[in-house]
Design a protein around this ligand. Structure first.
Ligand code: SF4
Ligand code: SF4
Length: 221
């Protein structure tokens, strides 16, 4: 039931994102939704740590999650922080070059153009690599994970048989059983999307997405 509600929520978020993309050219104020999106992502980072907002609240991430899976993985090199810093510097340099007194409508149009360009890059990345290509280089995702990188984690139970299905389900190819220390997988790039948890046929993975859950879990082990 919880899973169904989450899926419906993600579809609604994806539709809202598409509506902004389709109508933003005519109504640039719609692009200010991006500010709300960032605020929710920051709240997610503070409450849950890392990139929780990417896998649970980001409307663009929701849109990408509906695209067909190419079966290819995001190359691990793209998850490197430096690449996102390059993307961020390029975006802000573009903004700085443009910087001049403008109306709110004009700023909305600028935001809209940024959303449209980055979404197009993400779609090309989907065709070449994986539907989560943009998520791997998104500067906001890197900011979220820098705020509180390892607040949460995935507990790997002893019932795991190392079949590797969880790694196949993970957009970034993370393999929690192989990368866990003392039975706990913690990676600041994990988006808390739960795909690995739901894919595991042995129910060996449990996601702890708040600091309280993490503390209790650590105490019990
Ligand atoms: S899918 Fe489950 S059983 Fe298979 S490797 Fe991953 S955690 Fe272990
Ligand atoms: S490790 Fe699991 S929860 Fe984290 S991004 Fe991969 S599939 Fe999602």
């Amino acid at each position: 039931m919880k899973r169904t509600l989450k899926s419906i929520k993600r579809v609604i978020e994806a539709l809202l994102f598409l509506a902004v993309l389709a109508l933003g050219w005519k109504y640039p104020y719609l692009a200010y939704c991006l500010v709300l999106n960032v605020a929710v992502g920051l709240a997610g980072a503070l409450r849950h740590g890392g990139r929780h907002g990417c896998g649970n609240f980001c409307p663009r991430g929701a849109f990408y999650s509906l695209l067909p899976d190419t079966g290819r993985k995001v190359p691990p090199a793209l998850l490197k922080k430096n690449l996102s810093i390059v993307v961020m510097v390029a975006m802000f340099a573009g903004l700085a070059l443009w910087l001049r007194p403008m109306s709110l409508r004009a700023w909305g149009m600028l935001l809209y153009i940024m959303i449209a360009i980055t979404t197009t890059v993400g779609i090309i990345g989907w065709l070449v690599f994986n539907r989560y290509f943009w998520c791997s280089v998104c500067p906001m995702g890197k900011i979220y994970k820098t705020i509180w990188p390892l607040k949460s984690g995935i507990r790997v139970a002893e019932t795991c048989v190392k079949c590797g299905l969880c790694a196949k389900a993970c957009p970034f190819g993370f393999f929690p059983p192989g990368e866990a220390k003392d039975g706990l997988f913690r990676n600041p790039d994990c988006m808390h999307c739960r795909r690995c948890v739901e894919r595991c046929p042995r129910h060996a993975l449990s996601l702890f997405s708040t600091v309280e859950e993490m503390r209790n879990e650590t105490k019990n082990h």
